[in-house]
Design a protein around this ligand. Structure first.
Ligand code: FAD
Length: 176
């Protein structure tokens, strides 16, 4: 999809946004917070408004092209792959420095994650003592990340992952 106009408040007033398009803290539509289908619907609408041509094909099944900025789903899949892969190679018996590195990484990640509303929810979830990152071993870290991922799965209405199989999925490969 094409670029965005320079005045988002004029051209992208929230009431005119297609369903699913999320604004960033700067008031502009946030690409990494929005599915590609919604983004494509918005940019198509923008194009059809400006050229007066009608759009015929549905955008709901669209996937982002491989060489375009990621949408919220592609960003999420890639990020979970990185996070679970870090846990898969995390030491079984991490020393205090490695545990500190893991805590700091997760803390920075939760503040820098490009989908700001995803990041805010992730930070809120981690804030409770019950959900504080557990980094005392590979298994603990992997389980904690699995629980964090399941929290998002639940929020999005997806099936929960069986965390007893976390290591098979991300470390050893499936046993069966
Ligand atoms: P993903 O959920 O990306 O999972 C990829 C693979 O991981 C799956 O195929 C499965 O094999 C495996 N897997 C699934 N669950 C688990 C688990 N619990 N433990 C281990 N492995 C598992 N999207 C939003 O729309 N709204 C949000 O608020 C939001 N918050 C996010 C917060 C974070 C920190 C991250 C990293 C992503 C977030 N996302 C959010 C993206 C969302 O979680 C998905 O990545 C995205 O919807 C694509 O989903 P998917 O079905 O392709 O599989």
């Amino acid at each position: 999809p094409g670029g965005l106009p320079s005045n988002p408040t004029k051209d992208y007033a929230p009431k005119k946004l297609p369903k699913g398009v999320v604004l960033g803290p700067d008031g502009k539509p946030c690409r990494s917070c929005t599915s590609f289908a919604s983004w494509a619907a918005m940019t198509k609408k923008q194009t059809s408004n400006s050229t007066s041509t009608s759009t015929t094909s549905s955008t709901t099944q669209l996937q982002p092209p491989p060489d375009c900025p990621p949408d919220v789903e592609q960003l999420g899949r890639s990020s979970w792959t990185l996070l679970h892969s870090i846990a898969a190679t995390y030491p079984e018996k991490p020393n205090p420095t490695q545990q500190q590195d893991a805590r700091q990484f997760i803390s920075s990640f939760s503040r820098l994650y490009p989908c700001h509303w995803c990041a805010t929810d992730f930070q809120k979830w981690m804030k409770s003592a019950e959900h504080a990152p557990r980094v005392s071993s590979r298994s603990e870290f992997g389980q904690w990340l699995c629980e964090a991922h399941n929290e998002v799965n639940a929020k999005l209405g997806k099936d929960l992952f069986d965390c007893t199989r976390w290591e098979e999925r991300w470390c050893t490969g499936w046993k069966d």
